[in-house]
Design a protein around this ligand. Structure first.
Ligand code: AMP
Length: 588
């Protein structure tokens, strides 16, 4: 079915869209203009994300404006003004200095959405350390792998998470010197080999002058997943703030008076770029909810906090749709001005449902860990074509390309042709490397083009449409999961000879992780063993990454070079044609 375009009349918008004349700005824009909207460190000493996000507001008219409104799981509310955030982040920067953490060393956080996480992120940036967030629902194995790859020296976590997931890893992580524990309800902690966050923070000075920061200094390390090998640490620099800031203004239509709610967790890139940096550089009040998804709670937050701009994800929207428009109708969502979505394909039904149930359509936008910020978006002032990701932001050149050699691509000029989505390198928030893996980084580029790994097409009016992934990575509830990471853990079980992992389509989560397992001699494929394997994987990988389904198979299809043919597993699972099987080693 084709969906009617949602026509915008920017003149009638309650607030003038921040990017009103897309075509004109796109034709003339240079990133230096966006850079000029930021202050830079006083005295021309460079560019630091934490200064743009916090200190420049704290030193000016926004000092007493609420920067973060934290909503605790149990109904607590904590307002942190820009002034207070400046002091807290100064304290943490001083804590790091006191621990002897040098610029460029990695400071990790493993925590739910609690104030300390936000303070740790911005404080680490002030100290010019590299901040690396880990998703709190990860199990010990993904945590260990990421801490080991990035050689984390400091970890900020909670006492509960430490006891459950990290304590047993310490021997395997010799580089991890300092673990700072946030106690429940601010209570002091006394766990061997750790330090108490509150004690360190209380003892630290609340002023900190950020030292000169080169815009190309590494600021953030965000792990993402590939089809093969270990997780990849995408390296982002302080210069990225230029893109965070202006894309927040354009693609999320942030205005200084907004109350903004990004539902993403900072353990993933959206929750950092748009859950921490962009709202603060734009000087808005950012709502942080500690709790997990709950339809009624979410509507209550939108109503009570008078949220004006909302950034969420398709899985959550589909869950709201399941809960019904009637539920939405019970709440006053009148403050809501702009709704956006990211992370997975947003069905056209969901865009239109937003319009009917919330009074605002969802504006889908596209980007990924490597791009650091929003690249393609449905904008406030532009008509929405439901199902499309929108158009490239000014400063972003996107194209559909076809590979003609390993290191060469050709741009497909004709509209409506499917190919790989590529971006011309050079935007400020582009990743600058995969941590410690220069060859893997180089493979992402062909000449000037960064190859995204996504398949898409562009229509004749310049709107981009997502088609699928070009590789085997899995998107489940908006989270990218690498099949290799899951297969490796399954293989650690004594019964497993080989494992192949795919994303199985799911109406709500887009995909769920499904594993096919071949057993070693002497093991029988019983329901008990299946349950045991599911539990084994869940304990090690955590709920988001672990398979939800396991099937036993006598053997797995492999290529002649020994790679598991996940594509074939998926085709068989879905009852689709098997495609080219000439690479198959032997029929399995
Ligand atoms: P991540 O790096 O975890 O943020 O995942 C990035 C990937 O998520 C992209 O390469 C796409 O495959 C997918 N993705 C993100 N946004 C969208 C969108 N608006 N529509 C379709 N897929 C998306």
């Amino acid at each position: 079915m084709t969906w009617a375009t949602i026509v915008k009349s920017p003149d009638a918008a309650p607030v003038a869209p921040s990017l009103l004349d897309y075509e004109r700005v796109r034709a003339t824009f240079a990133w230096a203009q966006a850079r000029a909207e930021l202050d830079g460190l006083p005295g021309g000493r460079g560019l630091n994300i934490a200064h743009e996000a916090v200190d420049r507001h704290a030193a000016g008219a926004r000092r007493d404006r609420v920067a973060l409104r934290w909503l605790g799981k149990r109904g607590e509310v904590e307002d942190i003004t820009y002034g207070r955030l400046s002091e807290l982040t100064a304290r943490f920067a001083n804590v790091l200095r006191g621990l002897g953490v040098a610029p460029g060393e990695r400071v990790y956080a493993l925590a739910g959405r609690i104030p300390a996480l936000y303070v740790a992120a911005l404080g680490a940036l002030k100290a010019r350390a590299v901040f690396c967030p880990l998703f709190s629902a990860f199990g010990p194995e993904p945590i260990r792998a990421r801490l080991a790859i990035g050689e984390g020296r400091v970890l900020v976590t909670t006492e509960a998470l430490y006891r459950r997931k990290v304590a047993g890893l310490r021997a395997a992580l010799p580089r991890l010197e300092h673990v700072l524990l946030v106690g429940a309800g601010g209570r002091p902690t006394a766990v061997p080999d750790t330090r108490d966050w509150h004690a360190l923070m209380n003892a630290a000075a609340d002023r900190f002058e950020i030292e000169p920061t080169d815009p190309e200094d590494t600021a953030l390390l965000h792990f993402t997943s590939g089809t093969t090998g270990t997780p990849k640490g995408a390296v982002h620099v302080h210069e990225a703030v230029v893109a965070h800031h202006v894309t927040g203004r354009w693609a999320l239509d942030l205005h200084p008076e907004d109350v903004f709610w990004c539902t993403a967790d900072p353990g993933w890139v959206t929750g950092t770029s748009y859950g921490i940096v962009a709202p603060l550089t734009n000087g808005v009040t950012s709502v942080v909810d500690e709790a997990e998804f709950d339809a009624e709670r979410w509507y209550r937050i939108l109503q009570e906090q008078r949220v004006t701009v909302w950034y969420t994800a398709p899985t959550a929207i589909r869950m709201l749709m399941k809960a019904g428009a009637g539920l939405a109708g019970k709440y006053d969502l009148g403050a809501l001005r702009f709704c956006a979505s990211v992370g997975e394909p947003l069905n056209p039904e969901a865009v239109v449902w937003g319009q009917a149930a919330l009074g605002r359509p969802f504006h889908d936008n596209w980007w990924q860990t490597e791009t650091g910020g929003i690249m393609i978006a449905n904008l406030a002032a532009l008509d929405i074509r439901p199902g499309s990701m929108g158009r490239p932001l000014p400063g972003v050149e996107a194209a559909i390309v076809r590979r003609v050699a390993d290191d060469r691509v050709e741009v497909v000029a004709a509209p409506d042709v499917q190919g790989e989505l590529a971006l011309r390198a050079g935007w400020p928030s582009m990743f600058r490397g995969y941590w410690g893996e220069p060859a893997r980084y180089r493979k992402c580029f062909a000449g000037d083009w960064y190859l995204t790994g996504d398949l898409a097409r562009r229509d004749r009016d310049g709107y981009f449409w997502f088609v699928g992934r070009a590789d085997d990575v899995i998107k489940t509830s908006g989270h990218l999961v690498g099949p290799f990471e899951v297969e490796s853990v399954l293989m650690e079980h004594a019964a497993v000879a080989e494992a192949g992992v795919i994303g199985k389509p799911d109406p709500v989560a887009l995909e769920v992780v499904k594993a096919f397992v071949a057993l070693k001699e002497g093991w029988a494929p019983t329901p008990e063993l299946r349950r045991e394997l599911l539990a084994f994987a869940r304990t090690r990988l955590g709920a988001v990454v672990a398979p939800k389904e396991i099937d036993f198979a006598p053997g797995l299809p492999r290529t002649r070079s020994g790679k598991i043919m996940r594509r074939l597993l998926k085709a068989r699972e879905l009852g689709l044609p098997e495609g080219d099987v000439s690479m198959l080693e032997e029929p399995a």
